[in-house]
Write a protein that binds this ligand. Sequence first.
Ligand SMILES: *[C@@H]1O[C@H](CO)[C@@H](O)[C@H](O)[C@H]1NC(C)=O
Ligand SMILES: *[C@@H]1O[C@H](CO)[C@@H](O)[C@H](O)[C@H]1NC(C)=O
Ligand SMILES: *[C@@H]1O[C@H](CO)[C@@H](O)[C@H](O)[C@H]1NC(C)=O
Ligand SMILES: *[C@@H]1O[C@H](CO)[C@@H](O)[C@H](O)[C@H]1NC(C)=O
Ligand SMILES: *[C@@H]1O[C@H](CO)[C@@H](O)[C@H](O)[C@H]1NC(C)=O
Ligand SMILES: *[C@@H]1O[C@H](CO)[C@@H](O)[C@H](O)[C@H]1NC(C)=O
Ligand SMILES: *[C@@H]1O[C@H](CO)[C@@H](O)[C@H](O)[C@H]1NC(C)=O
Length: 485
Amino acid sequence: MVQLEIGAAVLAAVLNIGTVSASNNGLALTPQMGWNTWSSFGCDVDASVILDTTRQIVKYGFKDIGYEYIILDDCWSDGRNATGYLQPNMTKFPDGIKGLADQIHDLGMKIGIYSSAGTLTCARYAGSLGYEDKDAAVWAEWGIDYLKYDNCFNEGQEGTEKLSFDRYNAMSVALNKTGRPILYSMCNWGVDGPWLFGPTIANSWRIAGDLIDTFDRDDPQCPCVEKEGLDCKVPGFYCSIMNVVNKVVYFPSKAFPGAWNDLDLLQVGNGAMTDEEYITHFSLWAAIKSPMVMTNVFAKIDARTLSILQNTAVLAVSQDSAGSSATRRWRYFVDDTDVFGQGEIQLFTGTLSGSDRLVLFLNAGTKDREMNATLEEIFWESGVGGTAPQIQEAWDTYDLWGGRMSNARAAGIIAGNATIPLNMTAQGGSPREVYAQTPPSNSTALMGTRVGAVKPGGKITVHAKAHGVVMLRLRQQLDKEKDEL
Ligand SMILES: *[C@@H]1O[C@H](CO)[C@@H](O)[C@H](O)[C@H]1NC(C)=O
Ligand SMILES: *[C@@H]1O[C@H](CO)[C@@H](O)[C@H](O)[C@H]1NC(C)=O
Ligand SMILES: *[C@@H]1O[C@H](CO)[C@@H](O)[C@H](O)[C@H]1NC(C)=O
Ligand SMILES: *[C@@H]1O[C@H](CO)[C@@H](O)[C@H](O)[C@H]1NC(C)=O
Ligand SMILES: *[C@@H]1O[C@H](CO)[C@@H](O)[C@H](O)[C@H]1NC(C)=O
Ligand SMILES: *[C@@H]1O[C@H](CO)[C@@H](O)[C@H](O)[C@H]1NC(C)=O
Ligand SMILES: *[C@@H]1O[C@H](CO)[C@@H](O)[C@H](O)[C@H]1NC(C)=O
């Protein structure tokens, strides 16, 4: 019975039942991509920081591979005017937010803004609780395309799903009333299970406290270090990559096109993790279908960071039109641990458009190791006990990190003397159209490199580095005779 219920939920996710955007604004049909000011600039934001960054994002080609939203987080405001409308700090934004929005639009990007479903924002500027209609109206008038909506100073209006829903729904309704499509990104830190009500009112909802730039170090300020998944309904911050991943695995099917579990801002390149750990972070966020929102200081970006953030083979998983979050097939604890706790290994699998299959091996232990997955495990969602028809097929395996651009090329992009490997704009369409091809193009830029094949009933063995992943795309061999193993 339990098996059947899980099967139905997974089937709904696979078939994308209800693919209409949750908030009916037609936005975020694939997870939103962009850049946010908070992790690197905090309250030190102004028009030049944002415009300089936007120009760099465009110049380095991030726009041409799908990064779209420039999101101005807290500290832009100067309170309310005499008639109760929010006004910007005119010292920081001499042209107002409207003037800033116009310039960002002229650069081909979209603009996001920030507020809180409370009386104050987290940095104690005027919040939107009770002012939803006025605030939404003024943002629409300024040309805002995206709202990140925080949870500070909520006057205790939480503790049940209904209290949180009512507070967040008020803004959802207000945004809709403006008539302007504004992507609605709820940020209530996982309190009251936003995956239960977020899908009906918002484009994304944060599932946990703020992420920091750390792989698996537990911090007492990140709640529910011991408890995972559905029991964790309290706020907090300083959460690690592994902590957040081990929370979201319990409700992947709550996400669908237009409505996503948000694992929080990307920390890739911010300095406290290794290259391998940033690859793992970026891969998991793409596989689980979290929004992909960068936080870098682009004036200081290095080649290694650029080549992670611009891995279009991994972004093609994030932006795949099936919009199906990878699920965790298994998790085992291992003996090699770091000082922060138990080491573990996990296998994620996911549906991709055109019958392709995602396989992600996560080695969160401290030793490199071999990891294995059988086709039965990989296609477990399509039939119990080895009955999935895909098990009888032969598959080519592509390593999604195999085509990572060289350091020389990444450095050249930063220096302005090299081109990006795949300029989706130059192909005549938008990045979304390129990612939406079914089946996706077999170019290295979108598929990585072919590393092998697996025959019917077979298994895949990979070498996974410590704190690393192996992320594969499986594509069915049209002719089984080609099978090489
Ligand atoms: C507002 O909601 C209606 C009904 O769900 C929907 O048809 C419409 O597209 C929405 N408009 C905006 C701007 O989000
Ligand atoms: C990508 O191609 C477009 C259209 O040809 C061009 O305007 C743009 O500068 C190119 N982007 C980069 C980063 O070279
Ligand atoms: C507005 O910005 C200026 C310049 O950064 C700063 O000195 C001032 O305190 C800001 N005003 C508010 C209300 O934050
Ligand atoms: C307050 O701001 C709103 C929206 O920008 C504007 O329409 C209104 O005229 C302003 N009121 C005053 C008293 O400045
Ligand atoms: C994977 O398979 C190899 C070879 O069969 C074996 O040595 C290894 O122990 C397996 N690894 C795991 C984690 O089961
Ligand atoms: C590109 O610029 C970098 C930094 O100035 C330089 O090291 C590199 O040699 C240049 N490459 C080419 C192909 O001109
Ligand atoms: C991609 O597919 C086409 C058509 O099936 C084939 O001709 C080509 O060799 C493939 N390219 C790669 C890199 O696999």
